[in-house]
Every structure is written in C-alpha cells, then in structure tokens.
Design a protein around this ligand. Structure first.
Ligand SMILES: Nc1ncnc2c1ncn2[C@@H]1O[C@H](COP(=O)(O)OP(=O)(O)OP(=O)(O)O)[C@@H](O)[C@H]1O
Length: 239
C-alpha cells in the first residue's frame, strides 16, 4: 500500500545574492517524503543542507520550484500564511535549542498553545498538558518538567526542544544536526530517543546529520553536494 507523500519538493532552487553574482544554495532539488518516513541527509559543510530544510519548512521561500505539504503548495505563501503552516503542521529542531531559560519545561511546551489565536486552538489546556506530559515521559524528562529550562543540561534542553517540535503532532518534522552541540554520550542518547519517537509518532522526518549511525537507521538516505540532492543508490536498490 502506497502512503501519500507528506512533503514533495519539485525542482526547488534557492539562490542568495553574493556581490555581483549569486550563490546557489539549493540547486533543482526534488524529493518525496512519505508519511512516517525518515530520510537522512548528509553532505559536506556548505553543501546546502540547512538551506534545503529552511525551504522545506517554509522558513525560507524558494527562488523557484514547488514545495507541497500534502496537497498544499507552500512556495507562494505570504510570511503570515507560512508561519501558520509551521505552527500547525511542521515541527522544527535545530542544533541549538531556542528555548526561554526562565520558563519551566512544562511552561515552554504549553506556550505552543498560547501561540495559536484563541479561535484556532485545537486542543484544550488539559489536552495540551496531557500531550506535554506524555512527551516528557517518553523522552525521559518526567523529573525535569517543573525545572527551569535554563537549569537543565544541554541534552535535556535538546530533548525539551524535540518535545516542543512534536507537541502539535506535526505531519512533517525537520531536524538539523540535533546533537552537534552535545558530547558523544549525550549525543547518542538524544539521537536514539529522537529516532524512536519519530517512528512511534509516524511523523515524516527530514534529518540532516553527520552521525553515520543515525543515517544508517533512516528509511532512506540522500546526499547533498554543491546544492544538488541525490538519493543514496543502496537505499534505492534495497528499497
Ligand atoms: N542567508 C544566507 N545568505 C547568503 N548565503 C547563504 C545564506 N545561507 C546559506 N548561504 C550559503 O549557501 C550555501 C549553503 O549553506 P548551508 O548552510 O545551507 O549549507 P550546509 O550544508 O547546511 O552547511 P553546514 O553543514 O556547514 O551547516 C553556502 O555557500 C552558504 O554560505
């Protein structure tokens, strides 16, 4: 049975001005990500991986090409519309958790609800709290949930960040080098939890990583070089 793609990139290009010329950060990339599928993207520094995630998650409009989330075209959205899509349907995890240190971990997650306009709120306060507790439990953060985020370790903060990205049960999760700021032991723990959780939650995930072990565990692997995205042949043959 074929599942419908959650994300489809068609011939996506992103250029940045560079002096008199321009830099092509993403060069005609195409990709189809199924619901619940995990695609790992590797490639050298400066090859365009973060730019690809920025475009796929509506943070950066593409210069040309099409990006569909389910059936919805994202390429021409206004910044306000794009922000609404991110709030409702896309989870984002970057290398450095961008959390508010003076909030407790629970308050940080409850904020995902306050960011919604009152008439758009889909979940009750109790349901939001229940979802936060469920994710904390799953991520081994139950004891940390009432502590201020600023007092947590780097690994705990990144787990809060992952929980926040999953709060709204997004269709798409984009994850950029989630463990590169952590030491190797913590890094392996956080990556394990992330991979288990995205499988359980059946969220389509694009994961940029240098972690070979994590990339091996993905359903499919792609490589980016000079802005060009290619799928790993072994994955195609084995698939
Ligand atoms: N906002 C920007 N303005 C101008 N150039 C940019 C911008 N963002 C990225 N670039 C350029 O686009 C190219 C791709 O960068 P990008 O950060 O996407 O690569 P990357 O593969 O994620 O690198 P790394 O692994 O080091 O994070 C680089 O040449 C970079 O300098």
């Amino acid at each position: 049975m074929n599942s419908r793609p959650v994300l489809t990139l068609d011939d996506v290009t992103l250029t940045f001005p560079d002096g008199a010329g321009e830099i092509t950060a993403v060069d005609r990339a195409s990709l189809s990500l199924d619901a619940g599928e995990l695609i790992a993207i590797t490639g050298p520094s400066g090859s365009g991986k973060s730019s690809l995630l920025a475009v796929a998650s509506t943070l950066q409009p593409p210069t040309s090409g099409s990006i569909r989330l389910g059936d919805r075209e994202l390429a021409g959205l206004s910044s306000r519309e794009a922000a609404a899509v991110r709030r409702n349907d896309i989870g984002i995890v970057f290398q450095q958790p961008n959390l508010i240190g003076s909030l407790t971990a629970t308050e940080q997650l409850m904020m995902t609800r306050h960011l919604e306009s009152p008439w758009r709120r889909r979940a009750s306060k109790a349901a939001t709290r229940g979802r936060a507790l469920e994710l904390f439990e799953r991520l081994g953060l139950a004891d940390a949930r009432d502590r201020n985020v600023g007092a947590l370790s780097g690994g705990q903060r990144q787990r809060v960040n992952i929980a926040r990205a999953l709060m709204n049960s997004p269709a798409l999760l984009v994850v950029d080098e989630p463990t590169s700021a952590l030491d190797s032991g913590r890094s392996a723990d956080v990556m394990d939890l992330l991979l288990e959780l995205v499988t359980e939650e059946k969220v389509g995930t694009l994961l940029v990583t240098h972690d070979e072990e994590a990339a091996r565990r993905a359903d499919r692997r792609c490589t980016m070089v000079d802005g060009k995205l290619t799928e790993d042949r072994r994955a195609l043959v084995g698939g």
